[in-house]
Design a protein around this ligand. Structure first.
Ligand code: NAP
Length: 242
């Protein structure tokens, strides 16, 4: 299927590994130009080389996306290099685990900054460029926890549902400008994050490459009438009906 994103400019944050990298690679495979970022240099160079080897135009930027000034810097660098920003995939590292009654104020504030405000900042910076072109795609990487809270991941459950409530509100505001707003919600995928949480994985685990293809579809021209939608990519893990 031709996704209709050849030549579009995509910024995928937190993308040297895991789901962010897989999303960047899937967008590159369909002809998008890519800006990727991460804090650590070596994995970022590796991702940059892999995406360039696919024949894509790619810019890699070392940045901690959770620092308040970095979203503006990333968007500015994207537009400076490629002259546009059409596709935004806000992503950041996940918060630490913790049971509901145990997380303290600082942990909450960090999670809200890293997994809610960072994405809001990225969108605020990117939107004027999308509106100017009458075309834009925003697809957050969140979690299946926005549909069914995960008992040990209080901070993730809380920050991501807050982000999605904000994004649902935004989706209606920007739809007539040609901008769609969606989220892909991972269940258990084979990444460093899942290994570091020591998650007890039994049964089939998701391949990040398959997750990336869902993100690429939601960011495609073909998905122009899909907005305000949270798509589970969890291999039937979540028990809820909706
Ligand atoms: P991962 O494999 O650990 O990869 C995280 C990527 O983000 C790395 O490239 C990392 O590079 C980068 N990163 C982390 N913090 C960053 C920061 N502050 N600024 C810039 N880059 C940063 O993680 P993942 O499994 O792909 O998870 C991605 C997101 O999806 C997380 O929020 C996670 O909680 C969520 N999620 C994942 C799953 C899953 O099954 N994997 C399930 C539900 C939700 P550096 O460390 O070098 O910066």
């Amino acid at each position: 299927m031709n996704l209709g994103i050849e030549g579009k400019v995509a910024l995928v944050t937190a993308s040297s590994k895991g789901l962010g990298r897989a999303s960047a690679e899937a967008l590159a495979a369909d002809g998008a130009k890519l800006v990727i970022c991460a804090r650590g240099g070596a994995a970022l160079r590796d991702a940059e080389q892999a995406i360039a080897a696919m024949g894509a135009d790619v810019l890699a930027i070392e940045a901690d996306v959770t620092q308040p000034e970095q979203p503006a810097r990333l968007v500015e660098a994207t537009v400076e290099r490629f002259g546009a920003l059409d596709i935004l995939v806000p992503n950041a590292g996940g918060p630490p685990p913790g049971r509901a009654a145990d997380v303290d104020d600082q942990q909450f504030l960090d999670a809200i900054n890293n997994n809610l405000l960072t994405s809001v900042r990225l969108v605020r910076e990117a939107l004027p460029h999308m509106r100017a072109n009458g075309w834009g795609r925003i697809c957050f990487i969140t979690s299946s926890s926005i549909k069914q809270p995960i008992p040990t991941l209080t901070l993730s459950n809380s920050a991501r549902t807050g982000l999605w409530a904000w994004a649902k509100t935004l989706a209606d505001d920007v739809f007539d400008d040609g901008v769609t707003v969606n989220t892909a919600c991972p269940g258990l995928h084979n990444t460093d994050r899942i290994r570091s949480l020591g998650t007890n994985v039994s049964g089939r685990v998701g391949d990040p490459a398959d997750f990336g293809k869902v993100v690429a579809f939601l960011c495609s021209d073909a998905a122009s009438f899909i907005s305000g939608t949270a798509v589970l990519v969890d291999g039937a893990m979540s028990a809820g009906l909706f």
